[in-house]
Design a protein around this ligand. Structure first.
Ligand code: BG6
Length: 479
C-alpha cells in the first residue's frame, strides 16, 4: 500500500499559545513531521505568538527542543526553523497587534490557531477582525474544551460567529484526526460487506471504550471542574458513537457528514441515572487518590463513567450503545466493538449456539480490526466448534508506506486545505451539550457521589452490574 502526500498551498499559520503544552507536545512536532514529508513548502510560515518576550532565536531554540525527537538531520531542522518567527503579543491589550498585522502576507492561506484558554477565543477573534489581520477566507482553529455546558458553548459560538463565518471556524476534536476513526467511515461506507448488517436486526449491542492508565496528576485543577463526562464523553466518545451510528451521508463533504452526525445526537434518548455508573479512583501503592491529584479532599467529580445509551431511530431501536471511559484503569485501550446477534438456529448437533460475531475496531494502542468468528475445531472428533479471529493490524498492512500521522498533523493540514469534514460544527457541539447537561445536572441535583475503584482495575463495580443486568459483559480492558 502506498500513501501519498498531497501538498497544501503555502500558508501563514499564526499559532496563539505557541509556548504552551499542546504546542510543545503536538503542534510543533506535527508541523515538522509534515514539513519532512514534503506536505508544505518553504514559502509557508509559522508565526508563534504568546505573551512572553522572546527573541526570534530564543523562540526557535524552544521549537527545536519540541521537535528534537523527530530531528535526525540538522539541515532539515535548520530549513524548518527558517519558517518560524515569533511575536510577543497581549491577547487582550494593545501590544503586538500592529506587528502581527504587518507580518501576515497576502496571497497565501491565513490560519489562526488558538491554543489558548477558551476565555480568550472571543477577544482574540475580535482583535483579529478589528485589526484587519483576518480576511474573509482566513481560518480560525479552536481547541477543546468548547464550553462547559450548553449555555457557555452557545456563548462561545456567538462570540466566534460575530467575527467569522461558520465555514471559517475549525473546532478540533483530535479523536476525529485518528487514523482508525476515519477507517471506521471507510469500513462502513467503502465496503458492501458490513452496511447491510449494520442495524438492530443484526447487531445486539455496541461497546465503546476509551480506557486510560494515566492519572489526572498535574492537571487535577482543570479536570476537577470537568470530570470524565465533560472531558471525554461529551466530545470524544460522542464522536465515536456518531460515526458508528450515523446514516451513510450522500457524499463525503463536510456538511453532509456533519448533518448525519447531528441527527444521531438528536436521536439520543435521555439517560436515566440507573443506566450510569460513575467512579473515582482511590489511592494505591505510591499512586495518590483522585482527590489528592485534584487537590480537593471533598471532590465528587468522576474519573470514570460508563453508561447505556439508546439511539431512538429505525436503525438502532433495541440495540444499546454502552460507553465507558476512565483514568487509572488497567491499561490504555480504546476500541469500538460491534457485537452481532447469535445465529438464529443451530444445525450442528451437540454443540452450543455460538456467541455472535464481534467486530473490534481498535483505536489504540495497536490500531487495527479484529473479527471474531466461529470455526470448526480442527482435527478429528466430529463437528465441534471453536472461536478464531481474523486479525488485521494496520501497522502490518501499511508496512512500506508512510507511517500514520498523528491526529494533530492531519487536522492542521486539513485546516490549510479548507476541509472541515473532521471538525465539529457549532450546532453539533451544542447538540452534544444538550444531551450531556441533564445527565450532569441529575448528579448534582441528587448530590451523587462516585463509587470508588482501584487504580489498575476495570472501574467500579456498578459498571459491571450495568452490563450484567442486561445479560451482557464488557470486553476486558487488558488481560
Ligand atoms: C483529552 C483529554 O482531550 O484527550 C484528556 O482532555 C485525555 O483527559 C486525552 O487524556 C486522551 O487523548 P488520547 O489521544 O491520548 O486518547
Amino acid at each position: 500500500m502506498v500513501s501519498r502526500v498531497i501538498p497544501v498551498s503555502s500558508f501563514d499559520l499564526v499559532l496563539f499559545g505557541a509556548t504552551g503544552d499542546l504546542a510543545q507536545r503536538k503542534i510543533w512536532p506535527g508541523l515538522f513531521h509534515r514539513f519532512l514529508a514534503g506536505q508544505f513548502d518553504e514559502q509557508s510560515r509559522i508565526l508563534g505568538v504568546s505573551r512572553s518576550e522572546h527573541t526570534r532565536e530564543a523562540f526557535q531554540a524552544r521549537v527545536q527542543k519540541a521537535i528534537a525527537e523527530e530531528a535526525e538531520n540538522a539541515d532539515d531542522v535548520a530549513r524548518f526553523l527558517e519558517l518560524v518567527d515569533y511575536i510577543s503579543l497581549d491577547a487582550t491589550g494593545e501590544r503586538g497587534w500592529e506587528q502581527l498585522a504587518g507580518a501576515v502576507r497576502d496571497g497565501v492561506v491565513r490560519a489562526f490557531y488558538l491554543s489558548v484558554a477558551p476565555r480568550f477565543f472571543g477577544p482574540i477573534a475580535r482583535r483579529l477582525q478589528q485589526s484587519g489581520v483576518a480576511t474573509a477566507d482566513s481560518r480560525i482553529v479552536v481547541e477543546k474544551p468548547f464550553g462547559h455546558d450548553l449555555d457557555s458553548a452557545k456563548a462561545l459560538n456567538a462570540e466566534l460567529s460575530e467575527c467569522f463565518e461558520e465555514h471559517q471556524i475549525y473546532r478540533i476534536d483530535h479523536y476525529l484526526g485518528k487514523e482508525t476513526v476515519q477507517n471506521l467511515m471507510a469500513l462502513r461506507f467503502a465496503n458492501s460487506l458490513f452496511e447491510p448488517l449494520w442495524n438492530s436486526s443484526h447487531i445486539d449491542h455496541v461497546q465503546i471504550t476509551v480506557a486510560e492508565s494515566l492519572s489526572v496528576d498535574g492537571r487535577g485543577e482543570y479536570y476537577d471542574q470537568s470530570g470524565a463526562m465533560r472531558d471525554m464523553v461529551q466530545n470524544h466518545l460522542m464522536q465515536l458513537l456518531c460515526l458508528t451510528a450515523m446514516e451513510p451521508p450522500s457524499k463525503f463533504t463536510p456538511n453532509a457528514v456533519r448533518d448525519e452526525k447531528v441527527k444521531v445526537i438528536e436521536a439520543l434518548e435521555a439517560v436515566p441515572v440507573k443506566d450510569i455508573a460513575r467512579g473515582q479512583y482511590e489511592a494505591s501503592g505510591d499512586q495518590g487518590s483522585y482527590r489528592e491529584h485534584a487537590g480537593n479532599e471533598d471532590s465528587t467529580t468522576e474519573s470514570f463513567v460508563a453508561m447505556k445509551v439508546d439511539v431512538a431511530n429505525w436503525r438502532w431501536a433495541g440495540t444499546p450503545f454502552y460507553l465507558r471511559t476512565g483514568k487509572c484503569l488497567r491499561r490504555r485501550m480504546s476500541e469500538i466493538s460491534v457485537h452481532f446477534r447469535a445465529p438464529p438456529h443451530m444445525i450442528f448437533p451437540g454443540t452450543e449456539t455460538p456467541q455472535g460475531n464481534v467486530l473490534v475496531i481498535r483505536l489504540q494502542p495497536d490500531e487495527g480490526m479484529t473479527l471474531h468468528t466461529t470455526i470448526k475445531d480442527p482435527g478429528p472428533g466430529g463437528m465441534r466448534l471453536t472461536e478464531a479471529s481474523l486479525d488485521m493490524t494496520f501497522a502490518d498492512s501499511l508496512k512500506g508506506s508512510e507511517q500514520p500521522q498523528d491526529a494533530y498533523e492531519r487536522l492542521i493540514m486539513d485546516v490549510i486545505r479548507g476541509d472541515q469534514t473532521l471538525f465539529m460544527r457549532g450546532d453539533e457541539v451544542e447538540a452534544a451539550w444538550s444531551w450531556a447537561d441533564p445527565i450532569i445536572a441529575g448528579w448534582t441535583d441528587r448530590n451523587m457521589k462516585p463509587q470508588p475503584y482501584d487504580v489498575g482495575s476495570s472501574g467500579p463495580e456498578d459498571a459491571l452490574l450495568l452490563m450484567h443486568r442486561d445479560g451482557r459483559r464488557w470486553r476486558a480492558i487488558g488481560s
